[in-house]
Design a protein around this ligand. Sequence first.
Ligand code: ARG
Length: 564
Amino acid sequence: MKEQIASIISKNVEGLSTEDILSLLEVPPKPELGDYAFPCFRLAKTMKKAPNLIAEDLKTAISGSLDFIDHIQIQGAYCNFFIKKDIFVKSMLQAAKQENFGSSDIGNGQSICIDYSSPNVAKNFHVGHLRTTIIGNSLYKIFSKLGYTVHRINHLGDWGTQFGKLIVAYKKWGSKEAVEQRGIAELMDLYVKFHTEAETDDTLIEEARAWFVKMEQGDEDALSIWQWFKDISMIEYRRAYQLLGVEFDSYNGESFYRDKTQDVVDRLEQANLLTESEGAYIVDLSDYDMAPCIIKKADGGSIYATRDLAAIFYRKETYHFSKCLYVTGQEQKLHFAQVFKVVELLGYDWAATQLVHIPYGLVSLEGAKLSTRNGNIIYAEDILLEAISKVKEVIAEKNPDLEHPDEVARMVGVGAIIFNDLYNQRIKDVSFKWEKILNFEGETGPYVQYTYARCSSLLRAVPDFDASAEIDYSVLTDLDSMELLKAINKFPKVILDAAEKYEPFLISRFAIDVAQAFNHFYNSNRINVPEDTIRNARLQLVAVTRKTLRDALALLGIGCPEQM
Ligand code: ARG
């Protein structure tokens, strides 16, 4: 209908294409202003007439020509279109009923790499890594829904001089049992111990360097200890991923590129981009107001940036990406700007448009009172487990007969954390308060899940309901039903916007809007009434609400319990 309105407007005005008109046609904020509104301001110049007069003329010209339009009203410079209610309801309901509602093939199979989560081996998986994991996972779901082929890459921080230090510390003060028992916590303690001791003992740093050189040269002893540290760390990361329901297609981290950094150096040398500086090799970026990008250290070793450059070329050749996204905290902004600029300077002009850093804000834990394992270090896994156990308490108190309480507690607890993380623009800091996150009546994950479960229970109550039957659409022309349908029908556009801006929060807001609209509808309309016509029509609306909420939460990486 929107297309048809745009097309008929375009035949009656000058200076705007049908596409322009389509993008100008808006859904008014209030139902009194119609179902679609067209602002005439931009036509004033080309048509040399006051916008309100253009609107009046447009109304006269097109009144009666589209049979689904009930009437047109002029409000200032706006042409407000009122669609015949039952026709509008039918078209919205039928669109939303499609199994693939919201999906599209706009991505056309194009390849996108998303580099996210990427914790540093032997260090804990902390709240910051929780954010990249949650945001990256949601972007993966969003782009997949739009027909892109997405490669989920965990660029593990598993290479670098810190492993030399860890090996020294382990050999001097560690034990196999302690590492096996305490895992990452023990490795972190060893690392701290190394630094304390190194303050008074200069030989330690030298030893650590020597061990890392051994690693780089492929020494078996060194590499087997390193591999063991990595395996121990992976066990803990995988536990967090499992709780979150997150998976990756590749765990090629920094170590994977250790034999591919020489190629980076060669490319830069050939392009005459390397300069020597105090024994190190750098790319000078002063023309771009950036600090130089170090490529090779004075001792010949590669660094984080070199390995990222190698990864870009590897990914381009392997995945032929049309975009490569990096989800990390905003403190890495400069790092990515430097790396992307170096790729561009090598003559790859795709760098400027295809390599995208996706930064996010901090998590502030004030008032959250989280239990910690050692010192003040907060493990993501502990936050997830704590959320789950808090939900379990609520279930035990409020709904002790609930089936599968553990599974429900996991979905709701984890869902609450994910939803809170994705409720605002990425760049905003996330505050963390249990009362807020777990409030079943606030703008939260549990609220949306609860609304979903309510829809499920309404449908369960009428087992012979046929979702595909024809219905009387006029039953759903009351204000609340129509507002709910309108909210639901924004889904396809919301997904496109979320992808374009790399902003999952648009999906969270959408889910809240639909849940709130549903609860208005539910409060003003009885569903399980004796009249078949009314009951069937309302149940169809319940069914599309349920499906849409489920699909929206799925895009955030959140599951839906049937009962809670
Ligand atoms: N390991 C890094 C960190 O924890 C994040 C890596 C991001 N990805 C990348 N290709 N640099 O801060």
